[in-house]
Ligand binder design. Structure first.
Ligand SMILES: Cc1cc2nc3c(=O)[nH]c(=O)nc-3n(C[C@H](O)[C@H](O)[C@H](O)COP(=O)(O)O)c2cc1C
Ligand code: SF4
Length: 423
């Protein structure tokens, strides 16, 4: 697929208006679905497309929807996760601000599939502009009866509500998000039960990422088979947004099929490393995933290939570090973020992230010692998989991988007691 789906309107400020969207076949998929398809058929089509969630874990979307109990008498909810707080990630924000109707069309299709009549867009507090764009787009769509009651003459009703968060990374985790949506502190819940069974307001709920939902109009316009043919293999299908930041010549948001080669992305699309320097490291999927060394980047950006290379696709937030980057300082910076964002419910995460910050600070600033390396590894090991939600793992994985991949640099800091680059 060489044409762009998500980014083909870049540079056209009118792309967010309903008139523009309708003039470009917008809502034709939704019209077809609500008039001609049964919800179970919609789920089957999405399964056939191979679409996997773009929020980080890559869970198959159709399968997630099929876990919603159809016989439950409780209301069902669709929640669009627009919290996007993972460092290095800025794809959902683009879609919200520039393609709100593509997202709303996806939300309508997903809600219909799970028989939800209320959908929420939980948007990160800092995205004030995005929230306003969405409110306006909802009003436009309601005025044309694309949302609201008895949509397009059918018997289906759908109300979409924008809910602004207060700016917390943990509210991107789906159960922390649901607590926050219910008006409580964003403390993740123990799973099971999973949200598909007990979610918002104790009712069956599907939480899907913005980019995941924005793929749906394409699937129902072109067909699941067409969609499934995009990408390197049947487990990795469809178009994909890649966010590239750090020491490259052309950082930014890129669109390619799933499975773009990481080396090509950096050297051909992003113009290589800034200032002609050498590459040192790449974090391929947002700050939570294990770091790769420069010699490991000739890899397809898909779930399985990156796992084989020792990392993850995550949110496809590619963070590039050149030869001058201090890996201890980079990790110190990341761990400060996780310590700050830990919700504090679990001791290993709350205390462990804080301890890691203390140790990294002294390794970087002064007072570091050789025992700090095994101590850091020990803390990371003890956070891993012993917490309520995956934020603990998200903090532990970078620490373990930075230490493994760049051991010499950590050892040099420990030997000297501080960063060799600092005077
Ligand atoms: C700490 C943490 C933060 C997360 N932040 C986000 C986020 O900002 N946006 C998002 O879509 N998913 C985020 N996730 C993943 C969600 O929990 C959930 O898996 C996702 O929204 C499901 O959507 P998908 O199936 O469409 O990928 C986060 C997970 C964790 C553990
Ligand atoms: S792992 Fe961390 S962020 Fe997640 S629930 Fe426990 S303390 Fe909170």
């Amino acid at each position: 697929m060489s044409e762009k789906y998500f980014l083909h309107n870049i540079g056209k400020p009118e792309s967010k208006s309903l008139a523009f969207y309708l003039a470009n076949q917008g809502y034709s998929a939704w019209e077809k679905v609500v008039r001609q398809w049964q919800p179970a058929e919609v789920i089957e089509e999405v399964k056939k497309s191979g679409l996997r969630g773009r929020g980080g874990a890559g869970f198959p979307t159709g399968m997630k929807w099929s876990f919603v109990p159809r016989d439950s008498e409780k209301p069902k909810y669709l929640v669009c996760n627009a919290d996007e707080s993972e460092p290095g990630t800025f794809k959902d924000r683009y879609l919200v601000e520039h393609e709100p109707h593509m997202l709303l069309e996806g939300i309508a299709i997903a809600s219909y599939a799970i028989n939800a009549h209320s959908a929420y867009i939980y948007i990160r507090g800092e995205f004030a502009h995005g929230a306003q764009v969405l409110e306006e787009a909802i009003a436009e769509a309601e005025a044309k009866n694309l949302l609201g009651e008895k949509i397009l003459g059918s018997s289906y009703d759908l109300q979409v509500t924008v809910h602004r968060g207060a700016g917390a990374y943990i509210c991107g985790e789906e159960t922390g998000l649901l607590e926050s949506l219910e008006g409580k502190r964003g403390w993740p819940r123990l799973k099971p039960p999973f949200p598909a069974v007990v979610g918002a307001f104790k009712s069956p709920t599907v939480v899907n990422n913005v980019e995941t939902l924005a793929n749906l109009p394409l699937i129902f316009t072109r067909g699941a088979e067409w969609f499934a043919a995009i990408g390197p293999n049947p487990k990795n299908t469809g178009p994909k947004l890649y966010c590239v930041s750090g020491h490259v010549n052309r950082p930014g948001l890129y669109e390619f099929p799933m499975g773009k080669n990481l080396k090509e992305l950096i050297y051909e699309e992003c113009g290589g490393i800034r200032g002609g320097k050498k590459l040192k490291a790449v974090i391929p999927g947002g700050s939570s995933v294990p770091v790769l060394r420069a010699d490991q980047i000739d890899v397809s950006m898909d779930y399985e290939a990156l796992a084989e290379a020792g990392s993850m696709l995550g949110s496809a937030g590619v963070i590039v570090l050149d030869e001058d980057a201090c890996m201890v300082n980079a990790l110190y910076n990341l761990e400060r973020f996780y310590a700050h964002e830990s919700c504090g419910q679990c001791t290993p995460c709350r205390e462990g992230t804080t301890w890691m910050v203390k140790i990294l600070k002294r390794l970087e600033m002064g007072g570091g010692r050789p025992e700090d390396l095994p101590l850091l590894e020990d803390i990371a090991r003890h956070i891993n998989f012993r917490t309520i939600c995956p934020l603990g793992d998200a903090a532990a994985m970078p620490a373990a991988s930075f230490l493994k991949q760049f051991r010499d640099e950590f050892a040099a800091h420990a030997e000297l007691g501080r960063c060799p680059q600092r005077r």
